[in-house]
Design a protein around this ligand. Structure first.
Ligand code: GLA
Length: 464
């Protein structure tokens, strides 16, 4: 347990200077009348280079941890009390650690801490856990597809584990938190927590699931990753969540339809993928390449409508997915996931070979497939990826769940400043100013807070 000054000195100089880190330390110093004894936790956001909407199908992704993170100072509190102070202006939160914690209302930042604490308390059967006091801040743009929520969950999990002397392997903690985050009502595929915990310096992570496996893939020298926020806040809206869950349901419908044709069960597209040499080709001619009404899919699967609803649309707690007016698109969704998996494999080879042009081309193809087959793009992401390419990026694509949030672009080092410049002019100063001025008015921070480069970073850690 170190003094605040000693903890600050443990951070790399660029983090020491970050305004959010300054705020965290200043806020903690104000609480210091109660004595020192702080420890520090850092948990980075992530950007996904390629492999979008594949993880919940059990198929690979290629994220990396980024240089924007949650920073929290924490120390134990007796009787399981968890007391959270935000250095970013969110309301203070106090609750008690237990195996079943009531949620705050939807969207409350405290729910992410509750998710972590409840999961660890129940998983480890803690009867009288230590609580904690924490001062938390961060500079991961929120609702931008950079996993700010998972970073908060991971930071709180590491802090709570530390005050309770729980030693948990990072990959196990990633699985636990992927599960634990369901507490806030989203069922992600596991990429976000794993990228936050297992990030490696200068390496992207080829990640496979069930069980989680990581192959570090060096980012070629001379390549830079650019992240740009469309400023459309995606993940927080209920509609984006529903559309995300719908994609997962449509993939499950595709699995069921493929199963009836091939006479096998494919619980996930990963199982179908494993059964064929050329899975994208095996899809052709089996599911019609057009929207399908629920009655037609149910009929093909010999299910009653009640069974269909329960199997594909039920979200639990009395909620269920709405049937889109245009019908479901199992063919297009499966085609995206299967072709995207091939692109992840090729991108791993191209990165390893240092072939920046090829990685860029694969990123562009991934974006097109996300837009046309998975339908998770929007006009802002189109304008932003176009701006990046027209400014000289080797490739650009939406990253994360889509429907808004960020793009990721790859550029040669010598082109970086002109690409950043070009994106600033073409998107923020021109397109968005003309088409969506309200996005700029509501923007958190400056353009530079929303348009930046990052090398791959080390994963989340407790210091001190
Ligand atoms: C969200 C989820 C991830 C993943 C991406 C899409 O970020 O949390 O698990 O599914 O969307 O690739």
């Amino acid at each position: 347990m170190a003094r605040l000054d000693d903890l600050l000195a443990m951070l790399p100089p660029v983090r020491r200077e970050a305004p959010c880190v300054r705020r965290v330390f200043a806020r903690a110093a104000e609480c210091d009348a109660n004595g020192g004894g702080w420890r520090l936790v850092r948990a980075p956001g992530r950007v996904n280079l390629i492999g979008e909407h594949t993880d919940y199908n059990g198929l690979p992704v290629m994220p990396m941890a980024i240089n924007r993170e949650i920073t929290a100072l924490f120390r134990p509190l007796p009787r399981g009390q968890v007391s959270l102070l935000s250095a970013d202006g969110f309301r203070p939160r106090v609750f008690h650690a237990s195996r079943a914690i009531d949620t705050y209302r939807k969207g409350d930042w405290g729910n992410y801490a509750k998710a972590a604490v409840q999961k660890l308390t129940s998983e480890f059967g803690l009867d009288s856990p230590s609580g904690l006091e924490a001062v938390i801040g961060g500079d991961i743009p929120g609702g931008a597809g950079l996993s700010s929520s998972s970073a908060l969950v991971v930071a709180m999990a590491l802090a709570f584990a530390a005050v309770n002397n729980l030693e948990i392997e990072p990959s196990r903690l990633a699985d636990l938190m992927a599960d634990g985050e369901q507490y806030v009502g989203t069922r992600g595929g596991g990429m976000d927590q794993a990228a936050c915990l297992l990030g490696e310096q200068d390496r992207a992570l080829r990640m496979d699931f069930r069980p989680l496996r990581i192959q570090p893939v060096p980012l070629p020298e001379g390549a830079e990753v650019i992240i740009a926020n469309s400023l459309v806040v995606a993940e927080k809206s209920a509609e984006a969540k529903a559309r995300y869950n719908l994609r997962s349901a449509e993939c499950a419908m595709a699995c069921a339809l493929l199963g009836t044709h091939y006479g096998s069960e494919y619980p996930l597209l990963a199982h179908f993928h494993a059964a064929f040499e050329d899975p994208a080709a095996a899809l052709e001619g089996v599911i019609e390449p057009r929207p399908m009404k629920p009655e037609e899919i149910a009929g093909r699967l010999a299910m009653t409508m009640g069974e269909f609803d329960q199997h594909f649309l039920d979200l639990g707690k009395g909620e269920s997915l709405k049937v889109p007016g245009t019908g479901f698109q199992p063919y297009a969704r499966a085609r995206h996931v299967l072709t995207e998996t091939r692109r992840v494999e090729k991108a791993q080879q191209a990165l390893t070979a240092g072939d920046i042009a090829e990685v860029g081309a694969l990123m562009n193809a991934s974006h097109a497939s996300c837009r046309d087959d998975h339908e998770v793009s929007c006009s802002e992401l189109e304008a932003l990826t176009r701006a990046a390419r027209e400014s000289g990026a080797a490739g650009a694509r939406l990253t994360g769940a889509g429907f808004g949030g960020c793009i990721v672009a790859l550029a040669r080092s010598e082109d970086v400043s002109s690409v950043l410049d070009g994106i600033r002019r073409r998107y923020y100063e021109d397109w968005a100013a003309r088409e969506r001025p309200e996005l700029l008015e509501q923007m958190q921070g400056s353009v530079s807070d929303n348009l930046f480069t990052s090398r791959p970073q080390t994963g989340a850690r407790v210091l001190g």
